[in-house]
Design a protein around this ligand. Structure first.
Ligand SMILES: [Zn+2]
Length: 226
């Protein structure tokens, strides 16, 4: 071991003492560059078929599938993914979503369409978490991702404090077809987003796609509040 390596190792050692990596959920120390420990990832609980069936399906969607229960763990992960710049969480969530997609949910001719952000919001955040989730899904499911078909044309206000009717009004005309030439070859779409609440966002996107004669539109999300 030469002097340079020793100094470098000491530097890393001091850095890890000063800035230990701790799990965002349980705050246990974990190995570098990982944000959530294996134990906490393992605590994510897939929704039962009964819960999935109980979800209200908005009029322009053929089915909805929120994969995980809306636990404290998932809320912490989603919050950090969206508002704290922790983009690696999105891809990992996508991988874990992929493991729980039921057989037959994704049609063989389907494409994944992540719900787009309004361009200003995307620039501010630096990424679209729905797109990263879709990339994680596509690592395990052989399905193309399309980020060019639809666009967000309305800078909608945050929906956290809105009721179902207000969410519906907020999302009206929020999306448009961005590239109609793609529609010829697309008959089946799986919309991807982080959270399915009232379904107003998914339904607004599905509305423009149904109007453009897409036959089958499903929604796949990480979680849904009960
Ligand atoms: Zn943990």
């Amino acid at each position: 071991m030469n002097l340079k390596t020793v100094v470098s190792d000491i530097g890393i050692g001091i850095a890890s003492l000063l800035f230990p990596n701790i799990c965002l959920i349980c705050e246990e120390r974990i190995s570098s560059s990982v944000l959530v420990c294996d134990g906490c990832w393992g605590k994510l609980k897939p929704n039962s078929e009964e819960v999935i069936r109980s979800k209200n399906i908005p009029e322009n969607l053929d089915s909805v599938y929120p994969v995980f229960e809306f636990t404290d763990e998932i809320q912490t992960i989603i919050h950090n993914m969206k508002y704290a710049g922790r983009r690696s969480l999105a891809r990992e969530l996508g991988r874990r979503v992929a493991w729980h997609i039921p057989a037959g949910f994704i049609n063989s001719d389907a494409v994944l369409v992540p719900i787009p952000l309004f361009p200003v919001k995307r620039r501010e955040r630096g990424y679209n978490q729905a797109e990263l989730i879709a990339q994680g899904i596509a690592e395990f499911v052989d399905i193309p991702i399309n980020t060019k078909l639809i666009k967000r044309v309305k800078n909608t206000v945050t929906q956290t404090h809105l009721d179902a009717q207000q969410r519906h009004e907020n999302m009206q005309n929020a999306f448009a077809i961005a590239d109609a030439s793609m529609l010829n070859s697309i008959r089946s779409i799986v919309l991807v987003d982080d959270v399915f609440t009232t379904g107003a966002t998914m339904n607004a996107a599905a509305t423009v796609l149904k109007a453009a004669d897409v036959e089958n539109i499903k929604a796949l999300t990480v979680a849904a509040p009960i």
